[in-house]
Design a protein around this ligand. Sequence first.
Ligand code: NAP
Ligand code: MG
Length: 402
Amino acid sequence: MTKIQMTTPLVEMDGDEMTRVLWKMIKDELLLPFVDLKTDYYDLGLEHRNETNDQVTVDSAEATKKYGVAVKCATITPNQARMSEYNLKEMYKSPNGTIRAILDGTVFRAPIIVKGIEPYVKNWKKPITIARHAYGDVYKGSEMKIPGAGKVELVYTAEDGSETRELVHNFKSAGIVQGMHNLNNSIESFARSCFEFALSTKQDLWFASKDTISKKYDHTFKDIFQDIYDQEYQKKFEEAGITYFYTLIDDAVARVIRSEGGYIWACKNYDGDVMSDMVATAFGSLSMMTSVLASPHGYFEYEAAHGTVQRHYYKYLKGEKTSTNPIATIFAWSGALRKRGELDQLPELVTFADKLEKACIDTVEGGEMTGDLALITTLPNPKKLDSEEFIKAIRRHLEAAL
Ligand code: NAP
Ligand code: MG
C-alpha cells in the first residue's frame, strides 16, 4: 500500500506522562503505517521545557502561525509538587495558556458521541459544544497577599500621565487581592469566532456572564457580543435559521441541564475551564472530549481536553498495564490531519481522518473499549482492553476500512 502523501507539515507538540506514552503508540500503530507523516516537532515535555526555559513552547506557537495547523499532546502545568518532582528552575506557566495567548482565538470543545455511552443528563440528545474564551481574566491575573492593614487601589495611568483610581478595599487586616484584565480586541475575536463557528455548524449560540454583578467587566463582554451580532450577524443567523441568546451564567447553567443539547455555549475563560469538565463528564467521560483552538487569523491547534492522566502513568512506571483511553488524542490527530487536508486540497488525507475516527467509534460500539468506558457503557458484556490492545483493535477496524 502506498502511503497517503502530505504537502505541508503539521506542527507536532509532544507532551507528558501517560498521554506521551499514548502519543507514540498512536503514531506507530495508526498514523505512520498509513500516512507519509510530515511534522515540525516540538518537545513540550516538562523536562525539555525546563532545559529551554520554556522557549520551546513559544517556538511551537510561532510555528503554528507559520504553518497554520498544530496537534498537541497533554502537558503538565507545573505546581509546587512538580517543582520538586522535575527539579524545575521555575514554575513555568501552563503551555496551553502561553499558546492561547500567542494565537488568540477561542477553544471549542465537543464530546464524541458513541452508542452505548449515554449522557448522565438523560434529556441530552445532541452534543453541547463549549466555546471557551482563550485569553485573559484570571489566567493573566496578578495577585498579592496583603499582610495587614492598608489600602488597595486600581490605578490606570494614561499615556499623558493622568491617573484614574478605584478603591478595591480598605484592608483592616490580612487578606488577598487579584487584578485581571481583558482586551476589547480579544473579546471581539472571541465573539466573531463563536458567531462564525455557529454559522458553519448551523447551531444556536448561547453566551452568558455575570453582568448584573460585574457592571463594567462582564457587561463589556455582553455589549461587545450584542454589537457584533446586531451589526454583522443578525441577518446571517436569521437566514441560517439559528439564534443568538444571552443570559446570566447561573440561568444558563440551569437551562443547559434542561436542554436537549445541539448548541454552542460560549463561556468566559474561567467558566469554560470549569463547565467543559462538567459537560464532558456528564456526557459520559472526560476522555471523550475534543478540543480545538481556532484563531480569527485562521490558525488551528487540536488537542484532547483531558490532562496527562498522571495516576495511570505512575502505574505504567511500575510496569502495570493501564487502560487509558486514547480516543480524544486520536481525534486531535484526525482533526489536524483533516484540516491540513482541506487547506492543502488533499482529499485522501481528509478521508483518512474520517476513517480513523469511524474506526474508533466502531471499536467501542463493537463492545471493545478501555476501562473508563467499560464502567459506564450500556452495552452488554463489554470487553475491557488495555491501552495497547485497544489501539491495536482500532487498527484492525482502520485497516478493514482502508
Ligand atoms: P487528567 O489527566 O485529565 O486525569 C484526571 C482523571 O480523569 C484520571 O485520573 C482518570 O481517572 C480520568 N481520565 C482522564 N483522561 C483519561 C483517559 N484518557 N482515559 C482514562 N481515564 C482518564 O487530570 P489531572 O490528573 O488533574 O491532571 C494531570 C496533569 O495533566 C496535571 O499535571 C495537569 O496540569 C495536566 N493537565 C493538562 C491539560 C492539557 O494539557 N490540556 C489539561 C488538564 C490537565 P481515573 O484515575 O479515575 O482512572
Ligand atoms: Mg480544566
